[in-house]
Design a protein around this ligand. Structure first.
Ligand code: CP
Ligand code: NVA
Length: 308
């Protein structure tokens, strides 16, 4: 059932660097020309995107919904619990049925294998709106944000401090695709699995791994963190204890380059992974980063639907 030309956006590993750059260029152009909301016309007129959420979302949900409308298309919001998926209809059958109704599917589902199974059985493009393993749409917005503030990311050093989670995995993939150095500090117990790191290194990415937060941020161009407890995580207290030395605070930021920026995909937990002083401080670009989810998503959508 798979269409040869179908453009899925499942992971940065599946899409080449030139296509990723095309999406970001498109995002930049669309951002610059955004004078209000353009409903009803545009390159995706007549297209319907189904948005399936097995888990909560603010940014992903709103940015895809508004982005699709600004490109002239329409959206359908579906939550896993409201669908027959919640009553045991298989993901493959769901993919086959949705493909008869809509032109694309964006899904947030923790089980990454379910995402790939959906993509294999859908005849329309499928977009990863976050799984336990990765969050590629987020990193497209993050690259866009870094470059808006500091110019080309190629050759720069990005430091991740905290949990070895899904967002980090996509940052590591991006290190190979966009040619920057990824420095990672996590507690050994919460290290990122080997898969993304091995893939990035095999594809020319520079990935440096430590357990020391100060070593990771030393002279870095950007400091990034994320929640200590991701969707699906258990053992909140154990995680907090392990991650406390990885809090991004003023002392840690002072060890980075003086022009370093701070990023966080949000939602943030103030005084946990990041202090309010950093989050609301002069180096933080977190709300530009949140806004860029919209513009980056539009680039991804335009690519998936063959408009670029
Ligand atoms: N950053 C991000 O994906 O946020 P949401 O969970 O609100 O979509
Ligand atoms: N790592 C977080 C990101 C939320 C956008 C999670 O998976 O819950």
């Amino acid at each position: 059932a798979k269409t040869a030309q179908k453009r899925d956006f499942l992971d940065l590993t599946d899409v080449g660097a030139s296509d990723l750059r095309l999406m970001l260029d498109q995002a930049k152009t669309l951002k610059a020309s955004r004078d209000g909301v353009h409903r009803g016309k545009g390159p995706l007129a007549g297209k319907v995107l189904a948005m399936v959420f097995e888990r909560p979302s603010t940014r992903t949900r709103v940015s895809f919904d508004v982005g699709m409308r600004e490109l002239g298309g329409e959206t359908l919001m579906l939550t896993g619990a409201e669908m027959q998926l919640g009553r045991g209809e298989t993901i493959a059958d769901t993919a086959r049925v949705l493909s008869r109704f809509v032109d694309g599917i964006m899904i947030r589902i923790l089980d990454h294998a379910a995402l790939t199974e959906l993509a294999e059985n859908a005849t329309v493009p499928v977009i990863n709106g976050l799984t336990r393993k990765s969050h590629p749409c987020q990193i497209m917005a993050d690259i866009m944000t870094y470059e808006e503030h500091r110019g080309p990311i190629a050759g720069k050093t990005i430091a991740w401090v905290g949990d070895g989670n899904n967002v980090l995995a996509s940052w590591v993939h991006a290190a190979a695709r966009f040619d920057f150095t990824m420095r990672i500090a996590t507690p050994p117990e919460l290290a990122l699995r080997a898969g993304p790191i091995d893939w990035a290194r095999e594809n020319g990415g520079r990935v440096e791994v430590t357990t020391d937060a100060f070593e990771a941020v030393d002279g870095a161009d950007c400091v990034v963190t994320d929640t200590w407890v991701s969707m699906g995580d258990k053992e909140r207290e154990r995680r907090h204890n392990l991650l406390m030395p990885y809090q991004v605070n003023d002392r840690l930021m002072a060890a980075a380059d003086k022009d370093a920026i701070f990023m966080h995909c949000l939602p943030a937990h103030r005084e946990e992974e990041v202090t309010t002083s950093v989050m609301d401080g002069p180096q933080s670009v977190v709300f530009d980063e949140a806004e860029n989810r919209l513009h980056a998503q539009k680039g991804v959508l335009a690519w998936c639907f063959g408009a670029i």
